[in-house]
Design a protein around this ligand. Structure first.
Ligand SMILES: [Zn+2]
Length: 205
C-alpha cells in the first residue's frame, strides 16, 4: 500500500478526517504551544491553527470524557496539545537536538504521532477548574515525569499516593478511548496502533 500524501495544516479544515477539539462536548482545551505557558516560554504555533484532531482520536476523547463522567465525576479532561504539525516538530528539534532533553522530542525523520493528529497531551482539572497535582508539571523533563519510574518514585517519596492515583485516573480514562501512554511522559497518549498510524494516515506538515 502506498503511503498517503502529506497534508498541509492549512488544508485540514476542508478534510473530512479532522475534527475541531472545541466540538467535543465536555472536553476542556488549553493548547499550551499556542501561548507562552510552555517549556519554551514563547508561542510555538504562531499563525497556525492547531486546534484539530483526527476523527478516530476525537471519538476516543469523547469516550474518555464519558468514562470520567461515570467513574470520576469531579475530574474533567483538558487537552494541552494535540495536532502538532511536522514543521513545528522540526523547529523544536532544531532548538533542542544535542541537549540533555533531546530524547523527549521525536527526531524529524521518524516524527511524532502528534503530527498525524493521533496523539494528545492531557491532564485533569478539578471541580473548580484547576489543574490537579500530578507530581510534575506538563513538559517537566525530569524522571518524576516518567510513568515507568512511578513505583520507584512512590517508594522514595518523590511522588505521593494521591499524585499517582490522579495519573492513573487520567490513564484509565484515556485507555477507555483507545489511547495508550508512554514510559517517559505522564501527559502523553497515542491513539490506536502507532505503526498503523504511520503507515496509513497522512502526516500534517
Ligand atoms: Zn505528547
Amino acid at each position: 500500500m502506498r503511503a498517503p500524501a502529506a497534508l498541509r495544516v492549512e488544508d485540514i479544515a476542508a478534510d473530512g478526517d479532522f475534527v475541531r477539539l472545541a466540538s467535543i462536548p465536555g472536553l476542556a482545551v488549553d493548547l499550551r504551544y499556542a501561548g507562552t505557558n510552555n517549556f519554551a516560554g514563547r508561542v510555538l504555533y504562531g499563525g497556525i491553527d492547531c486546534a484539530w484532531i483526527r476523527r478516530e482520536a476525537a471519538a476516543g476523547l469523547a469516550a474518555a470524557v464519558a468514562w470520567l463522567a461515570e467513574h470520576a465525576p469531579a475530574r474533567r479532561l483538558v487537552v494541552l496539545d494535540a495536532l502538532r504539525p511536522q514543521r513545528v516538530q522540526e523547529a523544536i528539534w532544531r532548538e533542542f537536538a544535542g541537549t540533555a532533553v533531546e530524547h523527549y522530542f521525536a527526531p524529524p525523520q521518524r516524527g511524532s504521532i502528534h503530527s498525524f493528529g493521533m496523539a494528545v497531551d492531557a491532564t485533569l482539572l478539578d471541580a473548580a477548574g484547576r489543574e490537579v497535582d500530578m507530581g510534575s508539571g506538563f513538559d517537566e523533563m525530569s524522571l518524576r515525569s516518567h510513568p515507568a519510574r512511578q513505583a520507584e518514585l512512590l517508594a522514595q517519596g518523590e511522588l505521593t499516593p494521591a499524585q499517582v492515583a490522579e495519573r492513573e485516573t487520567l490513564a484509565r480514562a484515556l485507555a477507555a478511548g483507545g489511547f495508550a501512554g508512554i514510559d517517559i511522559e505522564w501527559w502523553h497518549f497515542d491513539c490506536g496502533d502507532v505503526e498503523g498510524v504511520r503507515r496509513e494516515f497522512a502526516r500534517i506538515l
